[in-house]
Structures are given as C-alpha cells and as structure tokens.
Ligand binder design. Sequence first.
Ligand code: 5GP
Length: 211
Amino acid sequence: MSGDRAGLLFVVSAPSGTGKTTVVERLVQIVPELAMSRSYTSRPARAGESDGVDYNFVFRSRFEELIAADEFLEWAEVFGNLYGTCAADVERHLASGRDLVLVIDVQGARLVRERCAGTVGVFVMPPSFTILEQRLRGRSKDSEAAIQRRLQTARDEVAAFAEYDYMVVNDALDACVDRLRAIVLAERARLRSARADAESIVKTFRQEGSR
Ligand code: 5GP
C-alpha cells in the first residue's frame, strides 16, 4: 500500500441487533491499516462497555456543545440518544493514509456520503426479520418496549439498503467478516486508490528501459 494516498472511508450500517459492531471489530483485527472509528454518544455506557473504548461517553450537554462548535462530521439522534463522529478524528486518520470504518446509522451514513466524496457504503443485513427479532431478544439487554422500537426502526432501515455500494448478509460471523474483507481489499485495488502505487512501479520500468 502506498504511503501517499489518503485513506479510504467506509461506512457500515445495519439495523440494531444485526451484529455489525462485532463483525467490524473482527474485520479491523484481520485487515492491516484499517481501523474502526470511535463515536461520541450521550447514552450511558452499558455493562461491559468502557469510555474511550466502545464510545466516547459524554453528557448530553457536552454533546450539544460539540454540535454547536461544529465538531461533528455527522451526528444523529438514535433511540433518544445522540451519536456523532468527530470530524477532526476522521480527517487526521485519513490524512495518515490509513483506512477507516464508521459504524453508524442510516441517517449518519447519508450525511457522510454527502460530505465525503468517495465514501464506500456497506449495508449489513440480518438474514430475516424473525432472526433479527430472536437476536434482539437473545441479547436481553433491552426492555420489550425498546425491542419493539428497534424492530420498527429496523423496518425503515432495511429499506435504505439501495443507498449503499455493497450489501452483505450476516448469516454467520466468519462468512460475513470474509465478505467485508473482500470489499476492503477490492476497494484498495481500485484504480482511484491504487494509482499512485501503480505509477511508482511503472516508473521503475522506465528507469530500467533507459539504461
Ligand atoms: P448502540 O446504542 O446500540 O451502540 O447504537 C445504536 C445505533 O447508533 C446503531 O445503529 C449505531 O450504528 C448508531 N451509531 C453509533 N455511533 C454512531 C455515530 O457516530 N453516528 C451515527 N449517526 N450513528 C451512530
């Protein structure tokens, strides 16, 4: 990979309960030079989550200050809580030539695509509505009302799949991670990403030829 090119920006969306965070965490473990962005949120940390690892957890008032200061590339209200991606973090990461994945909702993904040309969108689908419902109940983190709300939102979100460049089904974790890995590798090989590498190789041929 070239040190010259800016990093690629991927946005991954999926209905809550599809397992997208687990999938992307695995993906960034196995693909070099790829990281997952850490969002800000006003929601309280769940059991097992920690600040600065899963999210940057902030009070709603602090989140609102960050919005007012225009610190977010995008932000959205999801299930009554605020979530946002810090613009400076993304810019810094991409400028260093490393690729970045944002795991954000459909509204946020729309904003990122508008603002960042070349963003690659990937929609992760649950295998079916029934399976999503089983997974949400299996997590048993949420109340029945919260589960119903997530299922209703999921109905709207799956309808947005056509706004994305790729669609993968999370039927089995390893297979889903493999498909995502294939997408990242294919995007890296596209000429818009690989041109600088190709040109520097071509240059070595020119030098050889002029001897
Ligand atoms: P959870 O509270 O279950 O971690 O996340 C709820 C939803 O918020 C998920 O759909 C997740 O993708 C989305 N989300 C997490 N971070 C961000 C963000 O920075 N921006 C937006 N727009 N959505 C986010």
